[in-house]
Design a protein around this ligand. Structure first.
Ligand SMILES: [Zn+2]
Length: 195
């Protein structure tokens, strides 16, 4: 079974102009792989969190990128030995070699699922852990710091992407709720799914 450690809990705060935001970053450990999900854009926090796990950036085997927004992917290039599983045409990058990936390329305990809506190209992970199935949701579900973090299927998405589609997003939310016992949002606190 895989283990998940939330290295950084994502945050998002609107400023007078713009935002202060970086996403949730997780470390998934399987028998033979160390995987970082959405490395975010706060370099100091990321390096501190890795050091606290006794890890160097060179120790990471895979980086998973949920979608294209810079607050999720800006630091992706840090990991010199990693392969990159990306939302872009479902391609996995091994340096400059691009190959379409299989949904279990990160291991038998991890499934990559398409979760469009927040933007059209968006992926999430369902991870089999000792406490049950955990969805690393990316921005299928996320909150502002100032919002009450009670999940609602129809909660507003504050993103300004031109390809935001609420109907598709609600379908992706339903899909994750069905598959998972716990959800780790792109920004905000992890929660248990009411079954
Ligand atoms: Zn986003």
């Amino acid at each position: 079974m895989a283990k998940i450690k939330v290295l950084i809990e994502g945050y998002a705060k609107p400023l007078d102009k713009g935002w202060k935001a970086s996403c949730t970053t997780c470390l998934i450990t399987t028998n033979d792989k160390k995987i970082i999900t959405d490395p975010g854009c706060n370099r100091v926090k990321l390096l501190e969190a890795l050091a606290a796990e006794d890890l160097n950036i060179g120790d990471i085997d895979y980086v998973f990128l949920s979608h294209r927004h810079p607050d999720h992917i800006l630091l992706a290039g840090l990991f010199e030995n990693a392969k990159y599983v990306t939302f872009d045409g479902n391609m996995m990058y091994n340096k400059d070699v691009l190959l379409e990936f299989d949904k279990h390329c990160l291991g038998s305990d991890i499934e990559i699922v398409a979760t469009p809506g927040h933007v059209n190209e968006h992926l999430s992970l369902i991870v089999d852990t000792s406490e049950g199935k955990v969805a690393i949701a990316g921005d299928v579900i996320w909150w502002l710091d100032s919002e009450e973090q009670n999940f609602d299927l129809h909660q507003k998405d504050h993103n300004q992407a031109v390809d935001l589609n609420m109907d598709t997003l609600v379908e992706s939310r339903k899909k994750l709720l069905k598959m998972a016992d716990y959800i780790i949002p792109g920004h905000g606190k992890r929660f248990k799914v009411d079954k």
